[in-house]
Every structure is written in structure tokens, then in C-alpha cells.
Design a binder for this molecule. Structure first.
Ligand code: SAM
Length: 351
């Protein structure tokens, strides 16, 4: 019998030029523990290293949530685990945090990362659960309610930066836009079946797009000629449609169209509405909630839910004004620019 031929070690992708340009070539950025200095350099330049996410408004959120040892916390949008890590450091010893996320690709990586930081299963668990299912989770895990609930809505940088997920129009990728690629349909499939009235409504309601009618016509005409299956193909259709309009920044419009499609394929507003409706019952008396939003459709919903919750006596206190990132954070992390933070404090609901 001959010995099996040892497999050749896989070479990392080569790149031309001094710096890696593509997501998969940024192997140092993908290994922050091994290449800490390189990652620091990327961070210092105001960029987010590939495969990483910088938590937003951390000090403001920690002040609002005021985590204490022994408390039970839910991070409804675990992402990279940046906020969870900060909460975990403050609720131990004795506390417990459950992190939820719908993303089957990033969730195990974040779980492993937090485990490696020393947070064992007794203090931290990651669950692939949609935050719309929070009431069932609370009933199962802590019927008395949570001391802390955090939601940092939208996408993580790992999702945005990975072209194969289809969230960025700057690099070619499949027009997917799903946070959970194992459920629902990609945005390309939505475009293949949607009618004009529905597409126009979606662009208006999900992204306040002022040129929704024009873009609807352009997208559906192009779709009828050749199915739009990539991020860059959709961006080109939008750019071409805008060519005759003065004073329009095409990238802003492209961002809004992508946002509208993303909200649709992930059913984001109905998940958020369900989450907001059940939030008060998921809190202990005096429990704290913080929610970070990134566009007006989300912020309007959070503001309205907190205001009505206060009027109905479900919350004892809510944020009077929205909080925004400070100048220093805006400089260091341009992705924080659209963030808005609101908070509420729970009051026991009599059953
Ligand atoms: C902005 S990131 C959170 C980043 C995180 N705070 C951190 O510090 O790393 C938002 C995360 O929420 C997840 N997400 C979005 N909608 C969700 C939902 N309905 N239920 C659970 N997770 C969701 C996304 O997959 C993404 O990972």
C-alpha cells in the first residue's frame, strides 16, 4: 500500500500592487489577533477592517443600559459581538447574556470569538433567532424578564463588506441582500417577479426615494431586457436612469434602492414592529432598553413605539430626544454617521 500523498498547503490569494484591494485578499484584517498592528493601522485610518464591525455609540449605550453584575441581558442583534462584549464585562460575575442573530454565517464566528475571550456557556449563549421571536425566548429563558435589551438595527460591517452577500454596490456580487441566505428569496428573484406598483411603493415606503416612479420604470425595463442578477448591474441601471436628472448624487440613490430591497427581502419592518410591540412585556420592572437605528423608517417606528408605550404606562421613562454619535466617533468611524439612539425604561405590566 502506498502512503497517501500529503495535500499541498493552499496558497493565499495573491494580489497585485502594494495593498490588498479585495475582501478575500485582506487576510491580515481577517485575523485581528494575529495581525493586531495591521488592523490598528486600518482602524486608525477611519476604515473598518474586513471581517470586523466597530460597535457604535458604546459609551452612550453603556451609560443608558448601566449593566451590573448578576443581570440578565439580551443583545437582540449580536453581529460581531462588540456591544455584547462590553455588556458581558459588566454583568459578570453572576450575569448572563443571550445574543440573537439571524445570520447563519457570522453567528458561529462571533460565538467562537466571545468564547475565546473567556465567556463560557454559563454566561453567554448565541442563538439563531429573529428578534421578532423575543417574547418566546424570554418565556423560555427568563420568564421574569430581562434587565437589559439592546438592538443595533441593520447590517454589520462583515455583511456589508463581503461582496458575496450582495449588500454593497461598489463591488460586483450576486444581488442577494439577505441576512439569512437560507431563507426567503434573494433581491434578484424579487425583481424578477415584482410589478411596477409594488416596486414603486417599496422604494417610497422603505427608503423615502423621491424618484421612485422613474427608477421603477428603469429597473423593470432593464429587467425585461436582461434579468438583473448582480449588484453592479443594478447600480448601472440606476446611474443610467439618473443621467438626465440634475443635482442628484447617484450613490445616494443607489444606496436608497439597495436599502429598500434589503428591507423587503428580509421583511425588516414587520420583524421590527413585532419586536417593538412585545418589548415592554419582555422587561423586568426598571429594565433598560437601547435601540440604535440607521434610517428614518426605523427611527420613526422606535420613536412612536416608545412614545405610545410611555402614554400607556408600559414604560416609566423614555428618551426625550434622539442621541447622535459625537464628533470624535464620526471622525473615527464614518459608518456611525446615520446612527440614532433611543432608550426606554420598563414598568411592570399587570396581567
Ligand atoms: C449592526 S449589526 C450589530 C452589531 C453589533 N451590535 C456589534 O457590536 O457587533 C446588526 C445585526 O443584526 C442582525 N439582525 C438584523 N435583523 C435581525 C433580526 N430581525 N433578528 C435578529 N438579528 C437581526 C444582522 O444580521 C446583524 O448581524
Amino acid at each position: 500500500m502506498t502512503d497517501p500523498v500529503p495535500e499541498k498547503p493552499r496558497r493565499r490569494p495573491r494580489y497585485s500592487g502594494k495593498n490588498p484591494r479585495h475582501f478575500h485578499e485582506k487576510y491580515k484584517e481577517h485575523q485581528p489577533d494575529r495581525y493586531a498592528t495591521d488592523v490598528e493601522k486600518v482602524l486608525a485610518s477611519g476604515k473598518t477592517p474586513a471581517g470586523m464591525h466597530r460597535p457604535i455609540m458604546v459609551s452612550e449605550i453603556m451609560e443608558i443600559l448601566a449593566p451590573k453584575p448578576g443581570e440578565f441581558a439580551v443583545d437582540a442583534t449580536l453581529g460581531y459581538g462588540g456591544h455584547s462584549r462590553e455588556i458581558l464585562q459588566r454583568i459578570t460575575p453572576g450575569g448572563r447574556l443571550i445574543g440573537l442573530d439571524v445570520d447563519p454565517l457570522e453567528l458561529p464566528k462571533t460565538e467562537a470569538r466571545l468564547r475565546a475571550l473567556g465567556f463560557g456557556p454559563d454566561v453567554f449563549t448565541a442563538q439563531r433567532v429573529n428578534y421578532a421571536g423575543l417574547p418566546a425566548l424570554i418565556a423560555r429563558e427568563a420568564p421574569e424578564g430581562a434587565d437589559i435589551i439592546l438592538a443595533d438595527l441593520g447590517l454589520s460591517s462583515m455583511q456589508i463588506d463581503n461582496p458575496s452577500r450582495g449588500f454593497t454596490f461598489k463591488v460586483e456580487g450576486p444581488l442577494d441582500l439577505r441576512m439569512n441566505p437560507e431563507r426567503g428569496q434573494p433581491a434578484s428573484a424579487l425583481l424578477a417577479t415584482i410589478n411596477a406598483a409594488k416596486l414603486e411603493q417599496l422604494l417610497t415606503e422603505n427608503a423615502d426615494e423621491p424618484n421612485a416612479a422613474l427608477l421603477t420604470r428603469a429597473i423593470l425595463d432593464a429587467q425585461a431586457r436582461t434579468p438583473i442578477t448582480t449588484t453592479t448591474a443594478l447600480a448601472t441601471v440606476i446611474r443610467t436612469a439618473l443621467a438626465s436628472l440634475p443635482r442628484i448624487e447617484p450613490n445616494d440613490t443607489i444606496r436608497r434602492v439597495f436599502q429598500a430591497l434589503r428591507i423587503a427581502v428580509n421583511d425588516e419592518f414587520s420583524a421590527l414592529d413585532t419586536f417593538l410591540r412585545h418589548l415592554p412585556q419582555c422587561l423586568r420592572p426598571g429594565g433598560r432598553i437601547a435601540i440604535l437605528t440607521f434610517h428614518s423608517g426605523e427611527d420613526r417606528r422606535v420613536k412612536h413605539a416608545f412614545k405610545t408605550g410611555l402614554q400607556e404606562g408600559l414604560y416609566s421613562e423614555i428618551a426625550r430626544d434622539v442621541l447622535r454619535p459625537g464628533a470624535e466617533e464620526l471622525r473615527a468611524n464614518p459608518r456611525s454617521a446615520s446612527a440614532k439612539l433611543r432608550w426606554a425604561v420598563g414598568r411592570k405590566v399587570e396581567s
